[in-house]
Design a protein. Structure first.
Ligand SMILES: C[S@@+](CC[C@H](N)C(=O)[O-])C[C@H]1O[C@@H](n2cnc3c(N)ncnc32)[C@H](O)[C@@H]1O
Length: 340
């Protein structure tokens, strides 16, 4: 399947919603648990004044963790947070109050691809990226990381993993949205019912609608489609992830006392939200390296001249596989001599 990635504009739109990470449904907190611990272990290796460059930063989740660590450990870091899309977390982050303090100490810059950051060479002590490195060209990004790292500087990545819960949820979410909007055409059917209802103008005509065979037929078809979707909900580990979203949305469409224009607008918003979600999940699946691609990603780091110290499947809360964690470094002159 060809890689169908989101455009910078689409990412920009997404970050405007104000979540810290892409996991919007979990109440909008920053990464925690083993993910946060992984990043804190990387920050712990840094001295006062060290410079961190976070690639494909989005709304700055990892950069904000670095700033928070810096403040908590009374160790000043300089944090650059870059993304190819036009990000502006200072304005957009919903959690701005909690993050405000950390935001001040991070320099955000959009229009800065992983492959060509615009930073000076050998400026960084640590290059980081979570769910970001694999979105770009890994070969060019590895060469750029090598260029901006100081000798002895380190690189740490968390990438998607083909068997992670993130990927499984993305697949399931996509399937649910396709079932609701594609196969069962719930929004199209809802729109037909709304249009038929709209033809009734007076109160009397509205009351008579339930005796109108065409409207009733459309309503019956919609209800039958909803029932089929509900029957299939049990096959998904989290039916809220798509089916719940669409069915709750339908309730809002048919809430009492709405004008037809409001019902249509609700349908339009639901469709747009569903399309945007599907596009993002397709993007995530396209960016996720399979086993061979992950090996090649490591090979790109090595070919660029970096030493890969290790990698491991990152497990969250003791059970949820979240991705691959990778740690490496740029050799110092003495490392390079020893390797010859
Ligand atoms: C899944 S988000 C991850 C954001 C953030 N690191 C996080 O963990 O919340 C992927 C991000 O990669 C950015 N991106 C995609 N391709 C890129 C590239 N070639 N260079 C830099 N950023 C890129 C997107 O704009 C998006 O913000």
């Amino acid at each position: 399947m060809p890689r169908r990635l989101l455009t910078d504009d689409e990412w920009e739109q997404f970050w405007r919603h104000g979540s810290v990470t892409t996991f919007e449904r979990s109440g909008n907190p920053n990464y925690d648990g083993e993910i946060r611990e992984f990043w804190e272990r990387q920050f712990a290796t840094l001295r006062e004044g060290a410079r961190i460059v976070d690639l494909a930063t989005g709304n700055g989740a990892v950069a904000l963790l670095a700033a928070e660590y810096s403040a908590a450990h009374d160790r000043q870091f300089r944090v650059d947070a870059l993304d190819r899309a036009g990000i502006r977390p200072e304005k957009d982050l919903k959690e701005a109050e909690a993050a405000r303090e950390w935001l001040k100490s991070v320099r955000f810059r959009g229009g800065a691809p992983n492959e060509c950051t615009g930073l000076e060479r050998e400026c960084a002590d640590l290059v980081t990226s979570q769910y970001g490195f694999e979105y770009g060209d890994p070969s060019a990004s590895a060469r750029e990381a090598m260029r901006i790292l100081k000798p002895g500087g380190r690189i740490a990545l968390i990438t998607h993993h083909a068997n992670s819960v993130v990927v499984r949820e993305a697949r399931e979410g996509l399937e649910q949205h396709r079932l609701c909007l594609g196969r069962e055409q719930l929004l199209t059917r809802a729109r037909r019912v709304v249009d038929a209802m709209a033809s009734a103008e007076s109160d009397f005509e509205k009351r008579m609608l339930k005796h109108d065979a065409r409207t009733e037929n459309l309503r019956r078809k919609l209800n039958a489609a909803v029932a089929r979707v509900q029957q299939q909900a049990g096959q998904f580990s989290d039916p809220g992830n798509g089916i719940g979203f669409v069915l709750n949305g339908l309730q809002a469409v048919f809430a009492p006392r709405l004008q037809a224009t409001e019902r249509r607008a609700t349908i339009r918003r639901l469709r747009e939200a569903s399309d945007a979600y599907c596009r993002r999940m397709e993007d995530l699946l396209a960016a996720t390296p399979d086993a061979g691609e992950f090996d090649r990603l490591l090979e790109h780091l090595r070919s660029a001249g970096l030493i890969v110290d290790g990698w491991f499947p990152l497990v969250y809360r003791g059970e949820a596989l979240m991705g691959w964690a990778v740690a490496g470094r740029k050799p110092r002159a003495e490392d390079a001599a020893a390797m010859e």
